[in-house]
Design a protein around this ligand. Structure first.
Ligand code: SF4
Length: 345
């Protein structure tokens, strides 16, 4: 089992539930816009949020964001240890920084001491795209072994100062490299792992790559917290994370839609119907399975494992609960009737 670390009120590792993270894409020094996005992320099911801290204005905004932030707040810092110290003093709950990139042992010590004093962890975020030159020269390319070696290099820098409140990520835009890197790391250490595929792409391809990479690792029992990276509104990342959890059977939060693939018996616009139900289900918090089926003959039976559902016929459809037909419903009222039934579950 991995070691547990604490990020605000959320535990990562040590068998704690796998948490969902995302990152704002507002300017961090625009406190109101950042908080609005954080609230939207929290409402979507995000557990931990990260903000970029590229300059002192952003570091100084961290305190104001923290005052009203509904989620544990992680600051993302590259190179400048002064930004880290400012953000830590302002109340950050965790720092993502790579100690090897901040310019010397005294600076690493300053950051480690500040984090220790406030009891907050550091995430070492190895990224395949920014590996150390020496490692690229040694291995000749970005590979899992080079990424793991990079992580241990950063870890050693922190351990010099007795700092071990660490989690690690090893992200690459290649799913196979990412997966192998996490597997190697989990064999060689018990640091909690923040898993994800980086620069995964737009909603469709990025979700697919993340589903394979993150889902594959979860199936191997690897991963303590995760972020789906998408070129999209970050709320989409949280939705995708939830879907991956559901598909991997990891955490049931919210309703799951099952819908049939349609066939020659289908006489309704099932695709539009499934999309409409899926959209409305985002607001449903119950751990239920809801079916949308394309015909009244086979639909209720095929979906008997679902808690409830609808099956479309010509002009009217059926509302059913655990395979039992409840009533016939005119086509244009099917979705409303389904959600009325969901309310009673
Ligand atoms: S539920 Fe009906 S329409 Fe959908 S695939 Fe099965 S038989 Fe075809």
């Amino acid at each position: 089992m991995t070691k547990a670390i604490q990020v605000g009120g959320v535990t990562i590792g040590g068998g704690a539930p796998i948490s969902i993270q995302s990152m704002t894409n507002t300017r961090t020094d625009d406190v109101e816009a950042t908080l609005a996005q954080i609230r939207a992320l929290a409402a979507a099911g995000c557990d931990i949020v990260r903000v970029a801290v590229p300059d002192m204005a952003a570091a100084k905004a961290v305190g104001k964001i923290k005052e009203n932030c509904p989620l544990p707040l992680v600051v993302d810092i590259h190179f400048d240890y002064k930004l880290a110290l400012e953000a830590i003093a302002a109340g950050a709950d965790k720092v993502r920084i790579n100690p090897g990139n901040i310019g010397g042992a005294d600076k690493v010590k300053a950051v480690a001491d500040a984090c220790r004093q406030r009891g907050i962890p550091i995430r070492i975020g190895v990224n395949g795209g920014s590996l150390e030159k020496e490692l690229l020269a040694k291995y000749g390319r970005v590979c899992p072994e080079a990424m793991v070696e990079s992580a241990f290099g950063h870890i050693r820098l922190l351990q010099q100062f007795d700092f071990d409140d660490i989690c690690v990520s090893l992200k690459s835009s290649s799913v196979p490299i990412t997966m192998k890197a996490y597997q190697l790391m989990s064999q060689q250490s018990n640091y909690p792992l923040h898993i994800g595929v980086t620069e995964a792409g737009t909603v469709r391809m990025g979700t697919l790559k993340s589903a394979v990479g993150i889902g594959g690792l979860l199936a191997l029992g690897i991963g303590d917290t995760m972020r789906v990276s998408l070129s999209a509104d970050p709320v989409q990342e949280v939705y995708a994370a939830r879907e991956i959890f559901k598909a991997a059977g990891i955490r049931r939060e919210g309703a799951e839609l099952v819908s049939c693939p349609t066939c020659g018996r289908t006489r309704i616009n099932l695709i539009a119907l499934a999309n409409e139900v899926e959209e409305r289900l985002k607001e449903v918090d119950k751990p239920i399975t809801v079916a949308v089926m394309g015909c009244v003959v086979n639909g209720p039976g095929e979906a008997s494992a679902a808690d409830c559902g609808i099956a479309g016929g010509v002009g009217e459809g059926l509302l059913f609960k655990r395979g039992q037909i409840i009533k016939k419903v005119p086509q244009d009222q099917l979705v409303d009737e389904l959600f009325a039934l969901i309310d009673t579950l």
